[in-house]
Design a protein around this ligand. Structure first.
Ligand code: HEC
Ligand code: HEC
Length: 247
């Protein structure tokens, strides 16, 4: 029983390795905390710091929707949430009717003016100068409505913004004549030609919804959405315009 109290060399090595691993992890965590967790208050409100923090989010959202076409919710989730999500530095917190009530009372126009130009610790356009004015307006409406307002978000997309019904003979024709005609007019690179009944009948056998899905993604020489940057509904109207005139 005498060697019960003496550790075998293998055990000592295991303990040493354990200690080293623990130290490495602890140092790593401390370093992480020091570079991200602390200094938040001092750093958070400088415009450079805001811009730096916003950049990655702004870029990722940019790939979700073409510039100028982001909804209020998308803009909020990419940009405004970094302060308004938690109510940082006195920002009225998202969904907090108590905080938003007095803001909403100023009226939509006033809030939009402040969101565009900046207001005390609120940077102009939330620190994301690449946002269009309409995108900022949509985000103001989205946040305001979550706080109890009944603002109307400016619609995404030209025809919809004009309040008009999307008619293939009007909107679709316009889009066709400005974008799609480049390839579909003469049937470039195997594009089904405008007016070619057989070609379009073959494509539309699967149904218009499916055709729209394929065309939205792009197919061989057909770029995604034909390169059109407006709304899905408008793009659909251009497809319908071509299909209707190829029957
Ligand atoms: C860097 C932090 C920050 C970001 C990012 C930010 N805000 Fe703000 N926002 C604030 C602060 C702080 C206030 C409160 C300012 C005050 O009342 O003094 C505020 C206030 C507001 C107000 C109320 C203005 C008023 O007149 O009472 C609106 C509207 C607003 N923000 C919209 C937005 C929108 C839209 C975005 C995103 C595009 C955004 N904010 C992004 C910090 C931010
Ligand atoms: C740069 C040339 C080009 C432009 C611009 C273009 N298309 Fe196309 N499109 C094609 C080609 C090529 C095909 C055939 C692809 C294939 O089958 O290989 C195609 C196919 C399609 C199809 C059939 C998809 C299917 O299911 O087979 C639709 C629908 C369509 N385009 C709609 C549009 C609309 C709407 C526009 C304008 C907003 C547009 N395209 C602009 C080249 C273009």
């Amino acid at each position: 029983m005498s060697n019960e109290n003496v550790m075998a060399p293998g055990q000592i090595i295991k303990i040493l390795v354990g200690v080293v691993v623990f130290l490495v992890v602890a140092i790593y965590l401390l370093a992480k905390l020091a570079t991200s967790g602390f200094n938040v208050d001092a750093e958070v409100m400088t415009k450079e710091a805001v811009a730096a923090r916003l950049k990655p989010a702004g870029e990722s959202i940019a790939s979700d929707a073409p510039p100028g076409m982001r909804t209020g919710e998308q803009v909020f989730k990419a940009i405004c949430i970094s302060c308004h999500g938690a109510g940082l530095a006195g920002a009225p917190k998202f969904g907090d009717a108590g905080a938003w009530g007095p803001r909403i009372a100023k009226g939509y126009e006033q809030l939009v003016t402040h969101a565009l130009a900046g207001f005390n610790a609120m940077p102009a356009k939330g620190g994301a100068p690449d946002l269009t004015d309409d995108e900022v307006k949509r985000a103001v409406a989205y946040m305001g409505n979550a706080g109890g307002a009944k603002f109307t978000e400016p619609a995404v997309g030209g025809a919809a913004a004009a309040g008009g019904k999307i008619d293939p003979e009007v909107t679709g024709k316009k889009i066709y004549e400005s974008v799609c005609v480049a390839c579909h007019g003469a049937g470039v690179a195997n594009a089904p030609k405008f007016g070619d009944k057989a070609a379009w009948a073959e494509r539309t056998k699967v149904g218009l919804d499916e055709v729209q899905k394929i065309a939205t993604k792009g197919l061989n020489a057909m770029p995604a959405k034909g390169g059109y940057t407006g709304s899905d509904a408008e793009f659909r109207s251009a497809i319908e315009y071509m299909v209707n005139h190829s029957k």
